[in-house]
Design a binder for this molecule. Sequence first.
Ligand SMILES: Nc1ncnc2c1ncn2[C@@H]1O[C@H](COP(=O)(O)OP(=O)(O)OP(=O)(O)O)[C@@H](O)[C@H]1O
Ligand SMILES: [Mg+2]
Length: 625
Amino acid sequence: MAERFIHILPEQVASQIAAGEVVERPASAVKELVENSLDAGSRSIAVEIERGGLGLISVVDDGCGMGREDAILSVRRHATSKIRGASDLVAIRTLGFRGEALASIASVSHLALKTRRPEDPGGVELLLSGGDIQEERACAIAAGTRIEARDLFFNTPARLKFMKSEAAEKSAVAEVIQRLALANHSISFTLTADGRELLSLTRASNSLERIRQVFGPKLAAAMLPFEASRPGIRVSGFAITSQESFASARMIFAFVNGRWVRDKMLARAIAQAYETTIPRGRHPAVFLFVEIRHEDVDVNVHPMKTEVRFRNPGALFEVVYHALRERLADQTSRRESRPSLSGGSAPAASGSALEPDTAGAAQGASAVAAQSEAPRPPEATAYRPTGDTVDAVDRPLRLVADSPSATFASQRPLNLGYANRPELDSPRERAIPVYSELRILGQVFAGYIALEDEDGILLVDQHAAHERVTFEKLRAEFKNGGIQVQAMLAPVTVELNPARASAVQASLSELHAIGFDVEPFGPATLVLKGVPAVFAAEGGARLLSDMIDGMGESGFRPGRDGAFEDLLKQMACHGSVRVGRALEEREMRELLAQLDRTEFKTNCPHGRPVHIRFARGQIERMFRR
Ligand SMILES: Nc1ncnc2c1ncn2[C@@H]1O[C@H](COP(=O)(O)OP(=O)(O)OP(=O)(O)O)[C@@H](O)[C@H]1O
Ligand SMILES: [Mg+2]
């Protein structure tokens, strides 16, 4: 019974551990305590805070508990059961490994620790103040551990002064719990703040269900599952369709071996995968789970354990990038491959899955349980009189206004910063249409092709559509050996602005690379002999001038990452049919057919939507039918 698992790390091992401030704010103490509960094999974890955690942090788990001697050791520095020697540091399998957290929390609070192992008849309770054990006694407690830290930073007034508002600390705590909950979908979590339940997450059977519990059914319904692996690496997760995007990167979550991390490389892989599918400066929602050999990742880098170092970051980048990229290129099949949480085949019945989202953080659990059975109705979007469909033409996205709506705020107990959550529309609206199979009604405003299906009317932006088609053709050619050039019947001369002529002359090789067969003809003149074959030859000189006009002061800056892609985008934009040009039905048909053969067809290369939809129900509601 008195068997001990915890031991003090030898000094030279302790000194190899990334040291630093472990507990800088209540949220970091909560993170450490909950990670301990997870390491202890708990199935259910209850967190309670008062005054943003400054008054009280309490974490109760049903994990393995500790015997008396271990409990006493656990609050000492460098006391851990998780590693023994320096060699264990190369393959850390637990969330904790330093033996620092409990001691750090104890040293800045009044701490009460109660714990009992399942096999022990009774538990033990320790009371500490500023890190010193004041009292030890036997206690009755369910198997598991309960830790209460009161008056955080009571003995470090300087630290206390740097705390943000209690509300800010509270939402930081909630974010910590969300991340831990997303990484551990099969464990139930509750979070209570000042007596109010903020999160109540029952055990979920997969991470999509957990995402739904945390962020609501609308977000979950817009998620595409993805997965890829190569020896030693497996990545999986959920990525939002390119129809939606966010103003911040806050909805991007990356987990490595169950640990939430901030990682620039992973962030870059995600951002690049979404490049050209969502507008610049916008961000997707992605839940990325990386499983990698423990030997290939170093978590002993940062005192908060939120940064990691990969042995082969390049390989992981590739896997993540391609997994997402391929998924985004093929968004249509998501229904088949998605775990059948909300079922796709059942007939339309209740509209619950798409009711205005009141599930929020707090009521998640019960609402979700009900929703997981509910079939998805084909069309249930409420008409929003804010006119967002009308001006969506020049606004890139369908998002709720960037301020929290009044109803939203009042229904949600805590603003976690997700006030800008997307108002996702009905499944039909999110589904990717097969444009060429829809009936053409005609051209509107000489810029939009009007299409009809049984559920509504679509307007296709002819410029955005053509731009995407052209861009993908150029990009494919560029990858497969170079842009195809079509020789002009008669070469034409192009006069250059003398002030910029030398910069242009210096960029001839870039112009060649993007398909212009040009030669200098005097100091401020070029002769154009061939143009990219994708474009009609008669527009070639004009296109060349446009490209030159768009050139920066230092030429095309070919050294910059992605510069060629930018050039191709520019060229696709300049060379594509403009709004304002009347199209014959034959041309519309051809454009739609080409569009259907194109990857990422629902957005132009700058990320703007290719079509907007007016649902039949929406139109009928406008007529008050
Ligand atoms: N909730 C718990 N249930 C069971 N054992 C626990 C619990 N919390 C802590 N322990 C024990 O106390 C030890 C010390 O915990 P502490 O958090 O200080 O260090 P650690 O988790 O080993 O490393 P780190 O400092 O990286 O978190 C742990 O190694 C574990 O054996
Ligand atoms: Mg720990």
